[in-house]
Design a protein around this ligand. Structure first.
Ligand code: IMP
Length: 195
């Protein structure tokens, strides 16, 4: 069995990755390799840069294969923003609600057809050298609607509308979301690479 360390403390992400990669792979979180207090400063300008910063920082500590992911929301009307600032769009300690409110304010009076957006996820994978990073990208396209709908998921899910289902990601629920999400698509590409 191959073991990868996920450059994140997020157990939910580790579970999602395990499910997609299958039982030939073991995924350990940073906690499980003694890096629970290790802080990484994500100051890249792109999702790729941030994923690489996380992967390289952890690889240099433990010298084992590392997976890191970085994701966010890109809104066309905001020229691709909030992008790498997605988590802290409304400030350093902003809640999901604060971030959604800021987004809806910035898009106030913007018509539906100009509210197109996508979630992007980039996975950086280092197997045995920090000079050799493989990247895998997934995107999920939709529109930002004017009010929250649905209660499942997290982040911007309640305002991210998928035309194909006529529902927001928060109305769709985890099972369907996990077959169309940016993270799922990036992980699928990664899992193809491993085969
Ligand atoms: P992270 O890089 O996975 O931590 O994602 C950064 C930020 O993007 C999160 O704090 C969320 O606000 C947002 N985000 C990422 N993925 C999703 C998603 O699947 N649904 C809603 N928001 C997301």
């Amino acid at each position: 069995m191959k073991t990868f360390v996920l450059a994140s403390q997020n157990k939910h992400k580790a579970e999602e990755i395990k499910q997609i990669l299958g039982s030939d792979f073991e995924i350990k979180t940073m906690d499980q390799v003694g890096l629970s207090n290790f802080k990484i400063i994500e100051d890249g300008n792109t999702f790729e840069e941030n994923a690489a910063i996380k992967a390289v920082s952890v690889f240099k500590k433990i010298n084992m294969p590392v997976i890191a992911d970085d994701s966010g929301l890109c809104v066309d009307f905001l020229d691709g923003g909030p992008g790498v600032y997605t988590a802290r769009f409304a400030g350093e300690n902003a809640s999901d609600g604060d971030n959604i409110n800021k987004l809806l304010c910035e898009l106030n009076n913007v018509p539906f057809e100009k509210r197109s957006a996508k979630f992007v996820c980039v996975i950086a994978f280092i197997e045995n050298s920090a000079n050799n990073i493989n990247y895998f990208k997934g995107e999920c396209s939709g529109h930002i609607i004017t009010e929250k709908r649905g209660t499942s998921g997290f982040g911007y899910d309640p305002v991210f509308y998928c035309e194909e289902y006529d529902k927001t990601l928060a109305e769709l629920g985890e099972d369907i979301k996990n077959t169309i999400s940016h993270r799922y698509k990036a992980l699928k590409a990664f899992s193809e690479f491993l085969k």
